[in-house]
Design a protein around this ligand. Structure first.
Ligand code: FMN
Length: 191
């Protein structure tokens, strides 16, 4: 089958949808955030990419702290709303019930099954965006979202974003086991 080129705005397929929490002028602010990834093993570092024009960018520079919260499928509309309006013109502080962990400027969303609290570790300025690398201070959850002490995706019920078609998706069926299925394949290859 011949390969053809597709829209370059296909960044990654798919992405876990998150909500970035910051403090803007002393109040909680939230924005929809998809460009996230773990960037270091030890210490645990999380990279997030935030456009330079967003109020959240200014808020992280000011306070050096942020949170990354994983919303559930029940929170699609409010999450999208946080990606449509800016904290520079709309007060988003009352949208969620929040709690705080160790950091005073990293508001954590109670309704989100997973809350990642980060202290700014490094800032990388890029042409239109900033890559903020945060050291994970704590991750919070509730017993009801865990299986054997670990977050269970079936209980967390996160959702995903695909771009450039801009659609949200639920997570589907489990199709395998990492670091195990390859072992069986390796054995077959070695026969
Ligand atoms: C689904 C969705 C995902 C988004 N992901 C990102 C992202 O990863 N990085 C980014 O800089 N902006 C992203 N945005 C845009 C910001 O969330 C949006 O501009 C927001 O209004 C900024 O809010 P603020 O000005 O209060 O920081 C996304 C928007 C939507 C709707």
């Amino acid at each position: 089958m011949a390969k053809i080129t597709v829209d370059k705005s296909l960044f990654c397929l798919p992405w876990t949808q998150t909500l970035l929490g910051t403090h803007l002028n002393g109040k909680a602010n939230f924005m929809a955030l998809d460009w996230t990834t773990r960037v270091n093993y030890q210490p645990a570092l999380l990279g997030i990419c935030v456009n330079r024009s967003h109020a959240s960018n200014e808020a992280i520079r000011e306070n050096g702290q942020f949170s990354v919260n994983i919303p559930t499928v029940d929170m699609v509309a409010v999450t999208d709303y946080c990606g449509i309006v800016s904290g520079s013109t709309v007060d988003k502080s009352g949208l969620f019930d929040v709690f705080y962990g160790q950091l005073k400027a990293a508001p954590l969303i109670t309704a989100c099954p997973l809350n990642i609290e980060c202290q700014l570790f490094q800032t990388v300025d890029l042409p239109t965006n900033t890559l903020f690398i945060g050291e994970i201070v704590n991750i919070y959850s509730e017993e009801r979202y865990l299986h054997n002490g670990k977050p269970d995706v079936k209980k967390v019920r996160p959702f995903l974003l695909t771009m450039p078609d801009n659609r949200f998706w639920a997570v589907g069926e489990q199709v395998g086991n990492a670091w195990r299925d390859g072992v069986a394949y390796q054995k077959k290859m070695n026969q």
